[in-house]
Design a protein around this ligand. Structure first.
Ligand SMILES: *[C@@H]1O[C@H](CO)[C@@H](O)[C@H](O)[C@H]1NC(C)=O
Ligand SMILES: *[C@@H]1O[C@H](CO)[C@@H](O)[C@H](O)[C@H]1NC(C)=O
Ligand SMILES: *[C@@H]1O[C@H](CO)[C@@H](O)[C@H](O)[C@H]1NC(C)=O
Ligand SMILES: *[C@@H]1O[C@H](CO)[C@@H](O)[C@H](O)[C@H]1NC(C)=O
Ligand SMILES: *[C@@H]1O[C@H](CO)[C@@H](O)[C@H](O)[C@H]1NC(C)=O
Ligand SMILES: *[C@@H]1O[C@H](CO)[C@@H](O)[C@H](O)[C@H]1NC(C)=O
Length: 526
């Protein structure tokens, strides 16, 4: 005869959409684990409006705070790359105090277009003093215009800015200079002839880099080096098209200036919103395509590492042309960001720089008040003050998972459930934390009950304490654009600082725990 609890169990399982999966976790750092930098996540800023981010005459305190929150967790501020598309449209005039910008008319597809004309002076570069102390910076100079005077004057202004006592005393350091952005697209945007080749690129790059290295003082012994490539896409091939491999083949590294390259950087977006069109949030939030988007660069990363150079994803985000409305700015995009950033370590990319521009849909934060909609350029009744967007939570979660140990390691966990990804984190070769991401989109207005997956564990090679602490990213719906909480706390505050009381759960490991659709759980082992 069935017992009452047996019937109850039957009834409950009938209505709850639940599956269960057991995950193997190695307690000592496994052979495949990878050392990662504590500041894995950096930012790439569209440089036309750089002083809106940093401040011109005084610090933009909101921007400072959101970076400083990250520094407080990892012990190191995020690295900031300043440049991108507008890098190749910037001219220099020593007499200019406030940057002179001319913008195209905003439209529904591009509510916040990049400036068409950009003229900057020394004050623009000196705004770097408003970054958090100890920030490392990568700055781009104009290569697209093929005007070596512009590149030379910009380089001189950059080196001067980093030499001012205000900047030096705060430990704000120039890691690298980038010469041109996405030169593989110059063929299409009119900055070079249609038949522009990697060989021509290498020749011109070498001429500019030789000049810029003299202006900046880049030598074998200098801390400052070059970032090379910065291509929009890669042919992944040695001979055809633009790729790290093809520019090596054409002698990029053979010149003296080429020997000053420390890092090869590749850009990538999962798709594009350049001519509008609908996008599906679940398409972005898919474990399998997050992996395939990144593994396509594994051969490039290997070719770069074989040369003894560092490889980074120097500019990336969800969908190019500033993101897709309702997708890139949503809570679901935060889950994409977290999985994408952590998985990038698995292709031997050391850091990942998420691209940001004023009013872009895929931003982690909007550092100034905006008076039109980021989704369709419609005027807002009242300006919306500076605020964080959902992706910011992913940066916080990634950094908390990595921790502040000087040499943290990461291993991806093999999980049979196709919508759940997970990573284990190690300190001194010992398991300390794991993070799990349930990428199944639970959408507003969805009729069926919110699903969940029960996670259980098999530990290999040692023991951990029976009790663990869980911290959850709580999201009401994947298509929400605000109202997220991380361990009960919010970063959606007027100053970008965290508010509310920290809420965690203690659970017995042997029982496992549930992760709901559209949720993140950070597990701290004891
Ligand atoms: C966990 O480890 C066991 C034993 O080595 C293996 O049979 C099983 O396939 C592993 N599970 C996963 C999800 O990798
Ligand atoms: C890890 O590497 C060591 C040394 O190469 C080897 O002895 C050991 O068997 C490897 N362990 C696993 C689980 O592959
Ligand atoms: C080259 O750059 C300099 C400095 O930015 C600028 O003054 C000059 O007009 C540019 N020349 C051309 C031909 O655009
Ligand atoms: C770099 O280019 C500028 C502008 O053409 C020129 O004045 C300067 O002499 C060049 N410097 C070197 C070291 O070639
Ligand atoms: C990248 O992800 C998108 C979904 O965001 C998918 O449509 C596309 O096919 C993926 N590309 C690769 C190379 O996996
Ligand atoms: C919006 O702000 C810009 C400056 O950022 C200003 O030029 C413009 O007039 C403002 N528009 C409205 C409708 O207030």
């Amino acid at each position: 005869m069935p017992t009452f609890s047996g019937i109850l169990h039957f009834v409950v399982t009938l209505f709850a959409v639940q599956s269960s999966t057991t995950i193997n976790i190695s307690i000592p750092a496994p052979n495949g684990s990878i050392q990662i930098p504590r500041n894995l996540i950096g930012f790439s800023l569209e440089q036309d409006r750089w002083v809106d981010w940093a401040g011109l005459d005084e610090r933009n305190q909101f921007f400072f705070n959101v970076l400083d929150n990250m520094k407080a967790i990892s012990g190191e501020p995020p690295i900031i790359r300043i440049g991108a598309n507008s890098e190749d449209h910037t001219n220099f005039n020593p007499d200019v105090q406030s940057p002179q910008l001319v913008f195209p008319t905003p439209n529904a597809v591009t509510p916040f277009p990049e400036a068409r004309t950009i003229v900057v002076g020394n004050a623009y570069y000196q705004a770097v003093r408003f970054l958090p102390p100890d920030t490392h910076v990568v700055w781009g100079v104009n290569f697209g215009a093929k005007n070596i005077t512009a590149a030379n004057l910009e380089a001189r202004a950059i080196v001067e800015a980093f030499a001012t006592p205000d900047v030096k005393d705060q430990g704000i350091i120039l890691d690298a200079v980038e010469i041109g952005n996405e030169a593989d697209l110059y063929r299409d945007n009119g900055q070079r002839p249609r038949n522009y080749t990697p060989a021509q690129y290498v020749e011109e790059w070498t001429e500019f880099a030789t000049n810029v290295s003299t202006a900046i003082g880049i030598t074998e012994d200098s801390h400052t080096k070059f970032w090379g490539a910065s291509f929009a896409t890669s042919s992944h091939a040695n001979t055809n098209g633009f790729s790290p491999q093809s520019i090596f083949e054409n002698g990029l590294l053979d010149s003296k200036a080429g020997s000053f390259i420390s890092t090869i950087t590749q850009h990538h977006y999962s798709g594009t919103f350049c001519s509008g069109g609908g996008k599906l949030l679940q398409d972005l939030m898919t474990k399998e395509t997050i992996r395939s988007n990144l593994t396509s660069f594994a051969s490039d990363a290997k070719a770069v590492r074989d040369q003894g150079l560092d490889f980074v994803m120097g500019e990336t985000n969800s969908y190019s042309c500033h993101g897709a409305p309702g997708v890139s700015n949503s809570a679901g995009a935060a889950l994409w960001t977290l999985d994408y950033a952590l998985f990038s370590t698995q292709i031997q990319s050391s850091r990942i720089y998420f691209h940001e521009g004023i009013g872009f849909k895929y931003n982690f934060f909007q550092p100034i008040a905006l008076n039109r909609s980021i989704l369709d350029a419609s005027p807002l009744p009242e300006p919306i003050p500076p605020h964080v967007q959902p992706q910011y939570y992913s940066a916080i979660i990634a950094l908390e998972a990595i921790g502040s140990h000087p040499q943290p390691r990461i291993a991806e966990l093999q999980i049979e459930e196709s919508t759940v990804s997970g990573y284990a984190f190690y300190e001194d070769s010992q398991l300390v934390r794991a993070v799990f991401i349930n990428l199944k989109a639970f959408l507003e207005g969805q009729e069926e009950e919110r699903g969940k997956v029960h996670l259980k564990f098999d530990f290999v090679g040692g023991e951990v304490g029976e009790e663990v602490t869980l911290k959850r990213l709580d999201i009401a719906h994947a298509d929400d654009t605000d109202g997220l909480t991380w361990g009960g706390q919010s970063y959606e505050t007027s100053d970008g600082r965290v508010s509310g009381t920290l809420k965690t759960e203690k659970v017995k490991l042997s029982a496992g725990f549930d992760i709901r659709d559209t949720e993140v759980v950070l597990v701290s082992f004891s």
